[in-house]
Write a protein that binds this ligand. Sequence first.
Ligand SMILES: Cc1ncc(COP(=O)(O)O)c(C=O)c1O
Length: 423
Amino acid sequence: MTMLATPRPAELRSATLSRKGRGDEGAPLDLVSDFPAIPAGWAYLDTAATAQKPRAVIEAIARAYGETYATVHRGVYQRSAEMTLAFEAARRRVAGFINAAVPEEIVFLRGATEAINLVASSWGGTQLKPGDRILLSQLEHHSNIVPWQMVAERTGAVIDVAPLDPDGRIDLDAAEAMLTERHKLVAFAHVSNVLGSVLDARRAADMAHRVGAKLLLDGCQALPRLPVDVQAIGCDFYACSGHKLYGPSGPGVLGGRAALLEAMPPMHGGGAMIDQVSFARTTYAPPPARFEAGTPHVVGVLGLHAAIDYVEAIGLDRIHAHETALVAEARDALSSLNSVRLFGPADSAGIVSFALEGVHPHDIGTILDEAQVAIRAGHHCAQPLMAHLGVDATARASFGVYNGKADVAALVRGIERVARIFG
Ligand SMILES: Cc1ncc(COP(=O)(O)O)c(C=O)c1O
C-alpha cells in the first residue's frame, strides 16, 4: 500500500501556498485564496477565536479520512502501522516546530484547555501542598485560571495575581517582587487573547526558576503569531491549541520537560496509556502515551502536521511582521475616531480590542456583521481582565495570514457606521 498521510513541505509549497505569499520576504502576505471558507468581500477578523483552514489542511484531513484512514498504535495490519508512523511523524513535527528537546515531550490532548488541566491536576495535584503559591496574571484566559483554582482548592495552595502595566502587559517587575520560595508555579499567557500583549517569556522563566518555581506558558495565541522555541525560553510547560494555528479543531498540545512528565501520574485512565493491567494492579506507559488515554484524534493530529507545514512555509517572522503591521494600521485609524477607546499596547501581536463610547460591543459586532466584517464581542473568557479594564466586554479584531489592508479598511468603515447609527 502506498500512503502519505501528511504533505511534505516542498509538496505543500508548490501545490497550495499562493504564489503571492512565497519568496518575496518584504511583500505583504496575500494568501486569502488558500482559504475556501473566506468568500470575497468577507473580512474575517476573529482568528484569535479560531483560525480558518487553508486548503492544504483540508486536503490532508480528507486524505486521512479517505485513502489512508485507520486507527493508530493498535492494528497489526499495514494500514494501521502506516497511520501510526504518520501520527508519530506529526509528533516529531510539533516537537521541531516549538524546538522541544525530544518528541516524547509532546503530548496530544484536547485543546490547550485540557493541556493546562493536565498540568494543574497531575503535576499540581501531586506537587502542591497547603501554603504553596501559584502566580497567575490579571490578563489570563479562564483556561489558565479555573484549573489552578480547582487544584488550589484540592491542595490548599494559594493563588496570587500579577498586575498589568499601564499598556496591558504583565508587569514583570511587579511579578518578580511578588515571587517567593513558596511559589511553585508561574502560569502566564505568552500572548494575551484580548490585548495581544507579548510576554517577555525568557525573563518570566528566569524569574520563576530563581525561586524554584516552574513556568507554564499558555501559548494559544503566541504559536500562530511568533516563532516559539521552548528551549530558548526555558519554560517547563507549553500549552497550545491546533485550531488557532490553522489546523483542525480538536487536538491541542502540551509540551513538557521530559523529567516533569515522567514524574506525573495520568489524568485519564483507559486504553493505550497502560503498561500492564490486572484487577490487582495497573502500571502505566511512559509519557507521552501515559497521558493519551483512548483512541486519539488521529486525523486532527495529521491535519495539525499539515498546518505546521503551511505556516512554516510562510515563516513565523513574516506572519508576525504582517499581523503587527495590520494591527498598527487598525489602531492608527481607530484612534482617530474620538469615541473609540483602544486597549492594549501599540505593538500588540495581531489582536486589537476596543470599545465605542455608549455602544455595547455586541451591537458593534452585529452592525459590523451586516457589513461583512466578523469580529468577536464579549468578555473573551477573560472576566478578571474585563474587571481590570472596567468594562463588561470589548470588541476585538484579530488578524491572520489571510487578512490585508482591505480588511482593516472594512473594519474602520464599519466602526464609522456604528458611530453614525448611535449618534
Ligand atoms: C489565551 C488562550 N488560552 C486558552 C484558550 C483555550 O483554548 P481551547 O479552547 O482551544 O482549549 C484560548 C482560546 O480562546 C486562548 O485564547
